[in-house]
Design a protein around this ligand. Structure first.
Ligand code: UD1
Ligand code: CA
Length: 479
């Protein structure tokens, strides 16, 4: 059976009060419409999204995130039926099954949609609607059945009688149609309703009147059918999605210490026996390998974490954290940070566009930018990689088994050979050969008696006097 998916996404979503079209609002890793497209992906169907309000913005988002989807423009939003008509006109020769999805129902599961389409096709139905019994049907279309339980029509709340409004079985805005039956029924839609729009839902009443077989497919979990009209509803959907993702992860063997404060995007993978501590956000294309411990207080965006790594109180964007690496507390990994196996990025350390070889450690208070560092090297406390001249960025290369002392500054471009050392406080702007000690600082001189002369009578001067007197009295150890 040929299948075509049409996603309705032309509406503005006024109650969102947003410059961003409603269907582009983000929800744990995808836009609302992105979740709908993901649920439809297993149907493997040609897909067309109807765009209208801020069409260019929506089309640009789709080109980036769902390039296989086509778009059709509904310049004026004259209703869901009108939108589907425009979609069918934009596609040639649609036959088989047409699946229509509201772009603002993001919790729909792929399994539910697949089940609906298969039930529709195997029954040979003209139309099937996804229905659900909800605690609060306010604002939604109601499924009106006859005394035998057969669907008679779908009525919008604003057009419904008091009796009809009491019905708690609602239309989720998810449907499967026989293409020919749909096309014919769409020509018969009127705008005789409270909104003066062409309602897709009227197709059901029209088909029933002709004696065509229509069906209701019930969603086992009514939360899958929830739409989103304002940001409070969006937050409620987000919490439901968070719980769904966390439950699936826990069932697959991930330990989540505090599911209420753990936010994992739908696009993230976490392997079994990983542990997520409280206040952890895993976003985008992030992956966490088995045995890794992430959190508390960690945000990872498009970042990979290797097996058995530990990441504590850190923020990482487009970074690669290798196996058995330790990151944090209080570390910032920026794009291009690549930390090799068993490495360490410690406290108050920032790494950008730099790769650290196996076993290399940057334990304290350092900025490492635009650098390549070999294996088993130790970067001392407070090292800075001065990579930016004000106009150009340059690269620093540090070898393996290097030990840099505290407060070394590397002025790029500069190279440090394998096994070299630096002296504390050095500003290294010339290459250091393998095995050399680089000393690049002024020598210390002590001006004796300076405090007594320059700050007479001060507490410091008195303390110094006493210490010096004691030194004179005490026999020195050298005798
Ligand atoms: C629609 C259904 C209602 C159902 C509800 C489920 C109709 C008439 N009503 O109501 O029975 O309970 O969804 O969420 O279909 N859209 C367009 N072009 C238009 C109008 C809408 O593309 O001209 C898109 C919107 O962007 C949205 C979807 O269609 O993604 C649904 O439209 P919306 O206005 O939200 O319909 P509801 O009033 O929620
Ligand atoms: Ca809606």
């Amino acid at each position: 059976m040929t299948r075509t998916v049409i996603v309705l996404a032309a509406g503005e979503g006024k109650r969102m009060k947003s410059d961003l079209p409603k269907v582009l609002h983000p929800l744990l890793g995808r836009s609302l419409v992105g979740h709908v497209l993901a649920a439809a992906a297993p149907l493997d169907a040609q897909t067309l999204v109807v765009v209208g309000h801020r069409a260019e913005q929506v089309a640009a988002h789709l080109a980036e995130t769902a390039p296989a989807a086509r778009t059709a423009l509904q310049a004026q939003q004259n209703g869901t039926g009108h939108a589907v008509r425009i979609a069918l006109e934009a596609l040639d020769d649609v036959s088989g099954t047409v699946i229509v999805l509201n772009g603002d129902v993001p919790l729909l599961r792929e399994q539910t949609l697949t089940d609906l389409v298969e039930a529709h096709e195997s029954a040979g139905a003209a139309a099937t609607v996804l229905g659900a019994t909800v605690p609060d049907p306010v604002g939604l279309g109601r499924l009106i059945r006859d005394t035998d339980g057969a669907l008679v029509r779908i009525v919008e709340e604003r057009d419904a009688s008091a009796d009809e409004r009491a019905v708690r079985e609602i239309n989720a805005g998810i449907y499967a149609f026989d293409a020919a039956a749909l096309r014919l029924a769409l020509t018969k839609l009127t705008t005789q309703n409270d909104q003066g729009e062409e309602y897709l839902t009227d197709v059901f009443g029209l088909l029933v009147a002709e004696g065509a077989p229509v069906r209701v497919h019930l969603a086992a979990d009514h939360t899958e059918t929830l739409g989103c009209n304002d940001r409070a509803e969006l937050a409620a959907l987000r919490a439901l999605m968070r719980d769904r993702i966390n439950t699936a992860l826990m069932r697959s063997g991930v330990t989540i210490m505090d599911p209420a404060t753990t936010w994992v995007d739908a696009t993230v993978t976490v392997e079994r026996d990983a542990v997520l501590e409280p206040n952890t956000q895993l976003r985008g294309a992030t992956s966490v390998a088995t045995g890794a411990v992430v959190g508390p207080d960690v945000t990872l965006i498009d970042t990979s974490v290797g097996e058995q790594a530990q990441v504590v109180r850190a923020h990482a964007v487009q970074a690669q954290i290798g196996p058995n690496v330790s990151v944090g507390p209080y570390a910032y990994l920026r794009p291009g940070a690549v930390i090799g196996r068993k490495g360490k990025v410690g406290t108050f350390v920032e790494i950008k566009n730099a790769s650290l070889g196996e076993g290399t450690k940057v334990p304290h208070l350092s900025y490492v930018g635009d650098a390549t560092i070999g294996e088993q090297t130790n970067i001392g406390a407070g090292n800075l990689f001065a990579n930016y001249s004000g106009t150009t960025k340059s690269h620093t290369v540090i070898g393996s088994h290097v030990k840099t002392a505290c407060d070394t500054t590397f002025v790029a471009p500069v190279r440090v050979g394998d096994g070299a050392y630096t002296a504390a406080g050095s500003v290294v702007d010339k290459d250091v050969p393998p095995g050399a000690l680089a000393v690049a600082r002024a020598h210390q001189r002590n001006i004796e008696g300076w405090v007594r002369r320059a700050r007479p009578g001060s507490a410091g001067a008195e303390a110094a006097e006493q210490a010096l007197a004691q030194q004179r009295e005490l026999p020195t150890t050298e005798g």
